[in-house]
Each structure stands twice: as C-alpha cells, then as structure tokens.
Design a protein around this ligand. Structure first.
Ligand SMILES: Nc1ncnc2c1ncn2[C@@H]1O[C@H](COP(=O)(O)OP(=O)(O)OP(=O)(O)O)[C@@H](O)[C@H]1O
Ligand SMILES: [Mg+2]
Length: 149
C-alpha cells in the first residue's frame, strides 16, 4: 500500500483531534490493531500539541503542517512548525524536562513519542521552527483472514 497526505491547520488545541482522527482514517485501509491506532493517535497528539504550545505559544494565526506517508506497512509522520524552535534538542528530549511547568506539562511528550515509534527524529533550528519525524511499522492483518463464519 502506497499513499500520501498533507494537512495544514491553525495552531489551536482544538485541531489536535482533527490531526489525530485524520491519521487514524489515513491508516484504516491497513486494518491496524486498536493498540496501533491508540499509539499513533498518541504520537500525533504529542507532536501537534508541542507545535501549538511550544512552537507557536497558542498563536492561532500560525499553521501546523502534518504529513503522512504509507509505504507498504511503514507509516511516516512529519509534524512541522515554523515557530520558536528548540535551543537544545537533547535537553528537550530528557524525560520530565519542560519549559512550561506553569501549564502543568509533564515534560513527557518527547519520551512518549520516542518510546512508541520505531524511528524518532527532532530537527529544529532555534528561532526558525521544528520538524518531528516519526516512523512506525504496522502489522498488516488481512480482514477476516482465516476466519470461519
Ligand atoms: N515544537 C516545539 N517547539 C519548541 N519547543 C518545543 C517543541 N516541542 C518540544 N519543545 C520543547 O521541548 C520540551 C519537552 O517537550 P515534551 O513534549 O517532552 O514536554 P512538554 O510538552 O513540556 O510536556 P508534556 O508533553 O508532557 O505535556 C518542551 O517543554 C519545550 O521546551
Ligand atoms: Mg509535549
């Protein structure tokens, strides 16, 4: 299965569910398991909320871009913001590190994304923006295979 999609939306947390749902519909033809759908939705939520909160500081005049690609069972997700950027990516990836504890952020988004992905990369230029690249291999199950009715 080969497919591509791109979605550009305003940087408001209301669009977190739009992004999450779009990706789960995009991968539906692969018949992903409920666990896979849950993991992918979590990854997308974390990346998109980071772009909105940290990248753009909730400025809904700005846009977040979400790109998805399917190559066989390999799902690639890219989330881009042209916001604040990250000064020290390694520090940002450290569990419990957050620059917004005032918003009761746990500092676990990066760690969660890394744990749930097969490949996780953060490309960021301070003052220019950030790009999160995630790859995840899905187990393909043909619907009703082997099932007797
Ligand atoms: N897109 C981004 N632009 C600018 N800074 C970012 C971006 N994504 C992450 N960061 C920085 O990395 C830190 C860690 O991100 P992470 O997602 O792990 O934690 P958090 O968002 O602070 O808390 P949580 O995700 O648990 O609610 C953030 O506090 C922020 O300083
Ligand atoms: Mg976060």
């Amino acid at each position: 299965m080969k497919n591509k999609m791109e979605l550009k939306f305003a940087a408001t947390l209301e669009n977190e569910s739009l992004a999450r749902s779009s990706v789960s519909i995009f991968i539906a033809p692969l018949n992903p398991t409920l666990e896979e759908i849950g993991e992918i939705k979590t990854i997308v939520s974390e990346a998109v909320s980071n772009a909105i909160i940290h990248g753009y500081n909730f400025d809904d005049e700005k846009y977040v871009t979400l790109k998805c690609e399917l190559n066989g069972n390999l799902l690639s997700i890219v989330v881009i913001d042209y916001g604040k950027g990250i000064k020290d990516v390694e520090e940002a990836k450290t569990p419990h590190y957050s620059t917004r504890p005032d918003l009761e952020r746990a500092g676990m988004g990066m760690t969660i994304m890394e744990t749930l992905s097969d490949y996780f990369e953060v490309v960021s230029v301070y003052g220019m923006g950030s790009k999160i690249i995630i790859k995840k291999e899905l187990q393909h199950v043909d619907s009703y295979e082997g099932e007797t009715i």
